[in-house]
Design a protein around this ligand. Structure first.
Ligand code: FES
Ligand SMILES: [Fe+2]
Length: 440
């Protein structure tokens, strides 16, 4: 018999058969009991079955995407680990000496038991101490979707988004004399390029080109444009990633881009390994957004001066995140040891409720007095960034959400999540500003 939990508020009493015992192994299996979603899993091969709520309390990632590591269930996004009683026993971003707060513990079902060849869950305290013998035709109930976040969410069809500039195509996708159909905020727009420039149909408040992209504002915009001085700085060369589509809304994708602690887990196969956090610094609020700085130590295995013994392998990377609502983001990576700099422009087109097009432009500099990065260097950087983006995009596919939770009580925010908290606050402010403009 497994330990008794506290019960999951809002679910039903009684025992529910949720899966045949033989079906449950060391990979989380989604199940439903009394209308609530859970995952069941064995934290050791052949061991007892544990039942967990469907989402991680941190950023609400479905725990069906979790893995069993050292007898614990590990969330894929930031590596939080939960024991069989649902206690959060490890939060890597707190460092080796950090202690997870009790509110990181999972709200567990009251009981889970394996009996009569079935796994049973009692979501709430029940007066029947053990599961009943099931009838011959017993079947598991339906598996509900993981619960929606508490409170409002910011999705791709939020009415405020009409009042912003959005990227809708790369400039080179719209040839002279040509036309292009694009999706934005659940509508189709036709772009045309003629001798007078770019126009849109149906008519929009504005159409323009900036940073190598075509931008469209459906209604009078209230957003503050991002500045990108590297575009006209001759020490930088550009590499574009091919635009890709994310199967989810833009705001959670922006949240992932601003998230400073998922690297060692989501990007373990690319840029995540060998990084150690130094500290998060303050967030500076600015008109329409904010800037945040983060410093990390990393092993610079590609620096030839390291191979020659003239520079240490362990080097500092200063990451400056600049955000402007709703979906303009820029990450400036500077490397004080070498003087090199990489800027990543990252802007999102909210096409439909469940579709976002992502534009990524890299701007690379070798540093003062150094030759420009070679085409081979740019190609390699674009290829690496593409793999990193694919890892972030894969996460969006499992999030199962209609938008970003705006109520800060819907998730659990730690010190390392300050940029994410600022994102949620700025999106609320942006929504309010757009509402004022709508009413005017
Ligand atoms: S550890 Fe689960 S979402 Fe962050
Ligand atoms: Fe990422």
């Amino acid at each position: 018999m497994a330990a008794r939990g506290t019960g999951t508020a809002g679910t039903s009493t009684g025992w529910y058969p949720v899966a045949r015992a033989a079906e449950v192994g060391t990979r989380p299996l989604p199940v439903g009991a009394g209308g609530a979603a859970f995952v069941v899993v064995r934290l050791r091969a052949g061991g007892e079955v544990s039942a967990f709520p469907a989402r991680c309390p941190h950023r609400l990632v479905p725990l069906v995407a979790g893995t069993v590591v050292d007898g614990r269930l590990q969330c894929p996004y930031h590596g939080w680990r939960f024991d069989a009683e649902g206690r959060c026993v490890d939060i890597p971003s707190l460092g080796p000496a950090g202690t997870p707060p009790p509110r990181a513990d999972l709200a567990m079902p009251w009981a889970v038991e394996e009996r009569h060849g079935w796994v049973w869950i009692a979501p709430e305290r029940t007066t029947t101490p053990s599961p009943p013998r099931p009838p011959a035709d017993v079947a598991a109930g339906p598996v509900p979707a993981p619960p929606a976040p508490r409170g409002p969410v910011f999705g791709n069809l939020d009415p405020s988004l009409k009042h912003a500039w959005h990227p809708v195509a790369m400039s080179r996708e719209l040839r002279p004399g040509g036309w292009l159909q694009v999706r934005l905020l659940g509508r189709t727009w036709t772009l045309r390029r003629d001798e007078d420039g770019v126009s849109a149909s149906p008519p929009a408040s504005g159409v323009r080109e900036r940073f190598g992209l075509v931008w469209l504002a459906p209604a009078e915009p209230v957003d503050v444009p991002l500045e990108l001085p590297e575009v006209s700085d001759r020490r930088f060369v550009t590499g574009w990633l091919l635009p890709v589509r994310s199967p989810g809304p833009a705001a959670p994708m922006a949240d992932t881009f601003l998230d400073v602690s998922h690297g060692p887990f989501l990007h373990a196969g690319t840029v995540g390994a060998g990084h150690a956090r130094v500290d998060s610094q303050d967030v500076h609020h600015e008109p329409g957004g904010f800037t945040g700085v983060q410093e990390e130590w990393f092993d610079n295995v590609t620096d030839p001066e390291v191979a020659a013994g003239r520079r240490p392998l362990r080097q500092l990377c200063r990451a400056t995140y600049v955000y402007r609502a709703p979906f303009q983001l820029c990450l400036r990576l500077t490397f004080p040891d070498t003087g090199a700099a990489t800027t990543i422009l990252y802007v999102l087109q909210p096409e439909d409720a469940d579709s976002t097009r992502i534009y990524t432009r890299l701007l690379l500099s070798s540093g003062p007095g150094q030759p420009l990065p070679t085409p081979a260097t740019v190609t390699a950087a674009v290829a690496l960034e593409h793999r990193v983006l694919e890892e972030d995009r894969a996460l969006q596919g499992v999030l199962a959400t209609t938008g970003l939770a705006l109520d800060l009580r819907a998730e659990l925010h730690l010190r390392s999540d300050r940029l994410g908290v600022a994102l949620r606050q700025v999106l609320c402010e942006f929504g309010a500003a757009a509402q004022v403009r709508r009413a005017a």
